[in-house]
Design a protein around this ligand. Structure first.
Ligand code: ADP
Length: 610
C-alpha cells in the first residue's frame, strides 16, 4: 500500500476508509479513542493492520471450508462405519445362532471351564449324560462329572479340573443318569488369551460306545480267526506227522525190498509202491508248504553257502536222473559267480530242483541246461539269474498262464502220464514273490520250455565254505565197516527201517528209545555218530544234544544228526543252535542216510589217520 498522500478530497477518502476498514480494527480504534487526526497519522500502519485482518479473515474462511469438508467426510465415514457395525452385528448374531443350533444339535458335549475349573459353557448334549439342563451346571466344578464316570478315572478328571494338563484325550467308561453304560472320549485343551494368560479349558465329551463296541467285536473276530488259523496249523502239523510216520515206513520198506534180489514182477509192483508212496509224500509236503506260504508263515534264512557246492550238488543229483532217461544235463556257470553267498539255500534249492525236476520230467529227447549268470554285482551284493531250459514237450501258448494256478496242469492227462500235483510252480512263484522276484516262462509247444528268475544275494567275505558232502550219487552202498552208530528213535517202524539199512551197510549200532537213554548210552561205547530223533518221550532230542555237548572229552564232540520230518527253518535252526551237526529228513531216503553216515565216518577216519 502506498504511503503517499491520496490525490482526492479528504472526506471522500475518509468515507472510503470507513467503508473498507475491517470491523475489528474499527472497533479497536473506537475502543482506544483514537481520533481522526491520529488515525490520519497512523494511516499507513492502520492500512497494514487492516490488510492483515482481511488476510486473516480469508485464512479463517479457508480453514472453515476445509473443516466443513472434513466434517462432511467424517460424517460420511461415520455413517458407513455405523452401517458396517450394524451389518457385522447382524452377521455375528446369525453366526451365533448358527453355532448355537449346531452346538445344541450335536451329540458331543462341548464344554468350557474357567480358570477355576468351573463350567462357563455347556451345550445341550450335556443333558444326555446327566439329565441336567446346561444352566443347572454352569458355575459348578468339572469334577461333578465324576458321578457319571468309572471311578478309576477320578485322578484324570481332577487333573483336568485343576488345569494340570495342557492337552488330554482319553477314553473313559461311563454310566449315564439313565443307567446306560458305554465309553466316552474326553478331549480337553488349555486356552490362553492374547497376553498368553491362562483363561481356562475347552473340551468335548464324545460318546464312542458304538465305535468301541465295533472295535471289540472286530478284535474278538480277529482273535477267533487267529485261534482258528492256529488250530488249522496245529491240525496240519499233527496230520503231517501222523501221515508221514506210516509213509516213512512204506517208503523205507519199499526201498529196502528193492535193494534185495527179487523177481522181476515183484520188482514192478515194488517200484509202483515206491512211486505212489513218494508221490503221496511229495503231495503232503507241497500242500503243507503251500498252506504255510499262503498264511504268510514262511521265513527266509540268510546264511552263508557255497554257490559252487550248490551247483555241483544239482549237477550230480540230476545228471543221474537225466541219464536214466537218456538225457543230457548240463550246468553252465558264470565265471563272475562269487564263492560264498548269503541267502536261503533251502528255498533256492527248492525252486531250482522243482524247475529242473519238471524239465527232466517233461523231456524225452535232448536235454536240460541250468544256466547261472551274474546280472549285477557290487562289493556286498549280487543279482543272479537262474535259467532252466529244456527240449521237452513245451507248453501250449493258451496254457502258459494256467500252469501257475494251484493244482493246474497244462493237460488233463498230465498226472496220469507224468505224475505231479500241479503245486510245484505256484510254490516256486510264491517263494520268489516273497523274495521280491518273479518266475518267468517262455515255451514253444513241441520244442521246449525255458523258466528263469533273478534273485539278489549277499556276498560273504569268506572265500571258501567247504561244506560239501555231495558224493557220487550213484551210490554203491558199499559197507561202511567199522562204523558204530547210536540211534535214538521211539517209533517202531522207523527203528525197523533204520535197523535194516544199517545192517545192510555193515554199520554196527545200538538203539535207544528216548533222549535220556541216549545221554546215558553215549558214555558207554565209542560211537562215531548219533542219529537223534527230535520228538521223543522222557527227554527230547534237543535236550539230549545239549546234555551230550556239555560232556567233557571227545564224547562231547560226537557228530549228532537230527532225524526230522519237518522242513521248517525254525526246526533246523533250533537243531543247529543246540549243537547238532546236520539233519536227515524222514522218511529216510537210503541215499541221503548212506551219504551222511559215510561222510562223517570218512571225515573221522581221515582225521585220525592224518
Ligand atoms: P506238476 O509238475 O506237479 O504237475 P507244476 O506246478 O510244477 O506241477 O507244473 C504245472 C504244469 O506246468 C505241469 O503239469 C505241466 O503241464 C506244465 N509244466 C511245468 N514245467 C514244464 C516243462 N518244463 N515243460 C513242459 N510243461 C511244463
Amino acid at each position: 500500500m502506498s504511503t503517499a498522500q491520496p490525490d482526492y478530497d479528504y472526506h471522500n477518502y475518509l468515507r472510503m476508509t470507513e467503508l473498507t476498514m475491517h470491523r475489528l480494527l474499527r472497533r479497536q480504534l473506537k475502543k482506544a479513542g483514537i481520533d481522526e487526526a491520529t488515525r490520519e497519522q497512523m494511516k499507513p500502519f492502520l492500512e497494514m493492520v487492516n490488510e492483515a485482518y482481511r488476510g486473516n479473515d480469508n485464512d479463517i474462511k479457508h480453514l472453515e471450508n476445509i473443516i466443513e469438508k472434513s466434517s462432511q467426510e467424517l460424517f460420511k465415514a461415520n455413517q458407513l462405519l455405523k452401517e458396517d457395525v450394524q451389518q457385522k452385528t447382524l452377521e455375528l448374531d446369525a453366526a451365533n445362532k448358527r453355532y448355537e443350533t449346531v452346538a445344541s444339535n450335536i451329540k458331543e458335549i462341548l464344554f468350557q471351564l474357567d480358570q477355576d475349573g468351573k463350567f462357563s459353557y455347556l451345550n445341550s448334549a450335556w443333558t444326555l449324560l446327566t439329565g441336567l439342563e446346561p444352566e443347572e451346571s454352569l458355575g459348578k466344578s468339572f469334577a461333578t462329572i465324576k458321578s457319571y464316570i468309572n471311578e478309576e478315572h477320578e485322578i484324570l478328571i481332577d487333573s483336568i479340573a485343576e488345569g494340570l494338563k495342557s492337552e488330554v484325550s482319553e477314553v473313559l467308561k461311563f454310566k449315564s443318569y439313565t443307567g446306560s453304560e458305554g465309553w466316552i472320549e474326553v478331549s480337553a485343551k488349555k486356552v490362553y488369551n492374547d497376553q498368553k494368560e491362562y483363561t481356562g479349558i475347552i473340551g468335548t465329551l464324545t460318546n464312542i460306545t458304538k465305535i468301541k463296541e465295533t472295535e471289540l467285536a472286530l478284535k474278538a473276530a480277529r482273535d477267533q480267526a487267529e485261534k482258528a488259523s492256529k488250530a488249522k496249523d496245529e491240525f496240519l502239523s499233527t496230520m503231517s506227522h501222523e501221515i508221514r510216520t506210516p509213509l516213512n515206513a512204506i517208503v523205507g520198506i519199499s526201498n529196502l525190498l528193492l535193494m534185495n534180489d527179487i523177481l522181476p514182477d515183484q520188482m514192478e509192483n515194488l517200484e509202483g509202491l515206491k512211486f505212489s508212496s513218494e508221490h503221496l509224500l511229495s503231495l503232503i509236503n507241497d500242500i503243507l508248504d503251500f498252506s504255510k506260504i499262503e498264511s504268510g508263515k514262511i521265513e527266509f534264512d540268510a546264511s552263508e553257502f557255497s554257490i559252487h557246492d550248490f551247483l555241483l550238488g544239482m549237477r550230480k543229483n540230476y545228471s543221474y536222473s537225466a541219464e536214466e532217461k537218456g538225457l543230457l544235463f548240463k550246468v553252465k556257470k558264470d565265471e563272475e559267480l562269487p564263492e560264498v553267498l548269503i541267502g536261503d539255500i533251502t528255498r533256492l534249492s527248492q525252486v531250482v530242483s522243482n524247475l529242473i525236476g519238471n524239465a527232466i520230467k517233461f523231456t524225452s529227447e535232448g536235454g536240460v541246461i541250468l544256466d547261472v549268470e551274474v546280472m549285477k554285482k557290487s562289493k556286498d551284493k549280487a543279482t543272479i539269474k537262474f535259467e532252466i531250459k529244456d527240449t521237452g514237450i513245451g507248453i501250449p501258448e493258451n496254457k502258459i498262464d494256467k500252469i501257475f494256478e494251484k493244482f493246474a496242469q497244462a493237460e488233463s492227462n498230465t498226472t496220469r502220464e507224468y505224475g505231479g500235483t500241479g503245486l510245484g510252480l505256484p510254490i516256486c512263484q510264491k517263494l520268489l514273490d516273497l523274495q521280491g522276484s518273479k518266475l518267468n516262462v517262455s515255451s514253444v509247444q513241441g520244442q521246449g520250455s525255458k523258466f528263469w528268475f533273478e534273485l539278489e544275494f549277499g556276498i560273504s567275505e569268506r572265500f571258501n565254505l567247504s561244506t560239501t558232502k555231495y558224493i557220487d550219487l550213484k551210490p554203491s552202498f558199499g559197507a561202511i565197516n567199522g562204523m558204530v552208530v547210536l540211534v535214538a528213535e521211539d517209533n517202531k517202524m522207523n527203528i525197523r527201517v533204520a535197523r535194516q539199512f544199517l545192517d545192510k551197510w555193515g554199520v554196527d549200532f545200538d538203539i535207544v528209545l528216548n533222549g535220556q537213554e541216549a545221554v546215558d548210552q553215549v558214555t558207554k561205547r565209542d560211537y562215531d555218530l548219533v542219529l537223534m530223533d527230535l520228538q521223543m518221550p522222557v527227554m527230547n532230542g534237543y535236550d539230549a544234544t545239549r546234555n551230550i555237548r556239555a560232556m567233557d572229552g571227545p564224547v562231547g564232540d560226537i557228530p549228532i544228526l537230527a532225524l526230522t520230518a519237518s522242513t521248517t527253518i525254525t526246526v533246523r535252526k533250533e537243531a543247529q543252535s543246540v549243537g547238532m551237526n546236520d539233519y536227515i529228513m524222514k522218511p529216510f531216503n537210503p541215499k541221503d542216510l548212506y551219504q551222511s553216515l559215510k561222510y562223517y565216518y570218512d571225515k573221522k577216519t581221515t582225521l585220525s589217520s592224518e
